[in-house]
Ligand binder design. Structure first.
Ligand code: NAD
Ligand code: WQD
Length: 339
């Protein structure tokens, strides 16, 4: 099997790990990335892991001509669409930039797919569409809540855009994967998350603090209605998440309908508090983390974790890594990039 899969945003954090998994099972991934939030060194990391130089187009998903060229030069059998901006705070400051990049970008990708008779699309969505769910664990049938940022809105609009295109009778088959909180890195420490500037996310902040890049971690609030008062999330190892994409592409390939749309939660089914994440980090690294309890971060949901029955049934997939595995791999990666 040598199906070509176009991976937009393939040099990014999640995309790069998916490249490895696609290659492992015999797909030929082709990268399109403008490197606005990733580094060229990712390609070296990918080569060190796989021994392969993947085809990489440097450019923008908004560039229709470039997309046309990619589809003409390669028979693309499916698209995994990661390319998007993802910083919640920045999206509040620059809404038009976010709508253009994430929504117009998706539209350009869909138009190119339709023009070139490419049917299969995996879309990166997010548990952010659920806001604070009324019931936990959250299922795919749980209502979507009004987005609390332009970023979150681009994910809701993205899902709706694809669904409308499917309903309109075009031959698109798509699965939107609603990721919970991806963490960790490839166990080789050749690729991982490369946050620009001060990280917004918990795990890179923890590893940078332990590496001495940040002075201390602030835990955002300890007065939530959870066992230890800190927020609960469903942290998923990025290699497990990567495997779910391969399964989603395979699932789309075996869908017999002419068009198709589905949404699937991608998480572990477990919730962990911020303090549990810190404890797991300290346990696997044997290091004490410098942290203090601070005020709540505006906009944070109190607790969210996935119900995973649907991903197990539809994708024949389950997570394999523990929280400790994730923290160990995140730390190995941090040590590699701090040196
Ligand atoms: P990332 O920023 O590491 O990767 C995105 C990649 O897309 C980057 O390499 C960036 O350079 C590229 N890109 C952005 N805009 C582009 C454009 N216009 N043209 C070409 N390339 C472009 O982010 P990630 O964490 O790997 O996230 C991947 C996807 O998953 C995004 O759609 C994100 O919204 C979604 N997601 C991420 C998380 C998370 O916590 N990391 C959670 C839920 C959903
Ligand atoms: C996790 C927990 C914080 C940093 C964000 C996006 C969301 C989605 C995933 C893409 C929370 C706490 C964090 C720190 C802390 N992305 N924390 N100190 O908030 O679940 O979601 O990433 O779709 O859209 O908003 O992830 O990693 O920022 O925070 O105490 O310095 O860690 O309060 O409880 P979050 P996160």
């Amino acid at each position: 099997m040598h199906n070509n899969i176009l991976v937009t945003g393939g040099a990014g954090y999640i995309g790069s790990h998916v490249i490895v998994k696609l290659h492992e099972v015999g797909y030929n991934p082709i990268i399109l990335d403008n490197f606005s939030n990733s580094a060229k060194s990712v390609l070296t990391g990918l080569k060190n892991i796989t021994g392969k130089d993947f085809t990489c187009y440097e450019g923008d998903i908004l560039d229709e001509e470039l997309l046309g060229r990619i589809f003409s030069e390669n028979k693309i059998d499916g698209v995994i669409h990661f390319a998007a901006k993802k910083a919640v705070g920045e999206s509040v400051e620059k809404p038009l930039y976010y709508y253009k990049n994430n929504v117009s970008g998706l539209i350009t990708v869909l138009e190119s797919m339709i023009e070139h008779d490419c049917q299969n699309l995996v879309f990166s969505s997010s548990c952010t569409v659920y806001g604070q769910p009324d019931e936990l664990p959250v299922t795919e049938k749980s209502p979507k809540k009004p987005a609390n940022s332009p970023y979150g809105n681009t994910k809701q609009i993205g899902e709706e855009t694809i669904e409308d295109v499917v309903v309109s009778g075009s031959k698109i088959k798509s699965i939107a994967l609603r990721y919970f909180n991806p963490i960790g890195a490839h166990p080789s420490a050749e690729i991982g998350e490369l946050p620009l500037g001060v990280p917004n996310n918990l795990v890179p902040f923890i590893t940078q603090t332990a590496a001495g890049v940040r002075e201390k971690l602030t835990v955002f609030g300890s007065d939530y209605n959870t066992p230890d008062g800190t927020c609960i999330r469903d942290y998923i190892h990025v290699m497990d998440l990567a495997e779910a994409h391969v399964q989603a592409i395979k699932a789309l390939e075996s869908v017999n309908e002419v068009s198709h749309f589905d949404v699937i939660n991608i998480g572990t089914g477990r919730g962990n508090t911020v303090l549990e994440v810190i404890n797991a980090f300290e346990k696997v690294t044997n290091k004490k983390l410098k942290y203090e309890i601070g005020p709540r971060r505006p906009g944070d949901v109190e607790k969210v974790y996935a119900q995973v029955d649907k991903s197990t049934a539809v994708l024949d997939w389950k997570t394999k890594h523990s929280l400790e595995d994730s923290m160990r791999d995140a730390w190995n990666w941090q040590q590699k990039i701090s040196n």
